[in-house]
Design a binder for this molecule. Structure first.
Ligand SMILES: [Fe+2]
Ligand SMILES: [Fe+2]
Length: 261
């Protein structure tokens, strides 16, 4: 279908979202393979919906479903590293780089610096909800358990003050969630468990270095962290996603998010 066909399909009577759907539909036709949306991405659009395989193929005669890389996304190397994910899949990295840089400036250990650098990778590369848990699972096979535990627990700790390190409830959360927002019971329970854990302070330091790290003008380069990543993140030789670790499928899904099955 050429651009005239697209123009014919899009009329001024269409709502904005109908137009967006028509454009998306048009783009799908231009691609060699049928690209599908998972139920989860429909859920985040507020719809409990999925299109069945047969119906979709009928709409795209003669085409097969995408079973590999999504041609609309930046290509990933054959054996991707954590750095490749930073460059090709993470939608925004400034906050992570700034947190890592602040931890470095404050003289913390390399494990704390790495924990700060990776603490929100789930948010920037995958999912917001429960991002501490998802992020920790993604990296667990490749880092010291101090780092992954700290990332898991920052999910809860950031809502609770710790005067011993000058950490108060973030003003930004008041602004984002309202004055009367209270963390859910599972977060309160997680906080109580974390409080007495041997790595409590590592997780707390993520919060401390997190809060002051939102400077839109400060620019930090990922190159500054290549050595720390090299020493503290066990990059699998097969490539992150192809290494049969317990979280390899999560990395593959981020690499190839529209693989049909
Ligand atoms: Fe976070
Ligand atoms: Fe953060």
């Amino acid at each position: 279908m050429g651009s005239q066909a697209l123009a014919d399909k899009i009329t001024s009577q269409m709502t904005l979202s109908d137009r967006a759907d028509a454009i998306e539909e048009h783009m799908m036709h231009e691609l060699d393979h049928i690209i599908t949306k998972s139920v989860f991405s429909n859920l985040t659009d507020g719809k409990v919906a999925m299109e069945g395989g047969a119906a979709l193929q009928a709409k795209h005669p003669g085409k097969y479903f995408n079973m590999g890389p999504d041609p609309r996304l930046p290509p990933m190397p054959e054996k991707p590293t954590l750095i490749d994910y930073f460059r090709c899949r993470f939608a925004s990295t400034n906050h992570l780089l700034q947190s890592g840089a602040l931890a470095l400036k404050n003289g913390h250990s390399e494990k704390v610096v790495l924990a700060c650098l990776l603490h929100d990778i789930a948010v920037v590369g995958f999912i917001r909800c429960d991002h501490g848990y998802w992020g920790a699972q993604m990296i667990e096979p490749y880092v010291d358990e101090e780092v992954s535990w700290a990332i898991k627990s920052h999910q809860a700790l950031r809502f609770f003050p710790d005067d011993s390190v000058g950490y108060g409830y973030p003003d930004m959360y008041r602004k984002y969630f309202g004055d009367d927002y209270r963390p859910e019971p599972y977060i309160v329970e997680e906080y109580k468990r974390a409080r007495n854990h041997k790595h409590y302070m590592t997780s707390r330091l993520i919060c401390v270095n997190d809060i002051y790290a939102f400077d839109p003008n400060a620019k930090v380069n990922l190159d500054d962290f290549v050595d720390i990543i090299g020493r503290n993140f066990k990059q699998p030789k097969e490539g992150l996603g192809w290494d049969n670790s317990p979280s390899a499928h999560m990395w593959r899904t981020i690499m190839w998010p529209t693989r049909f099955l």
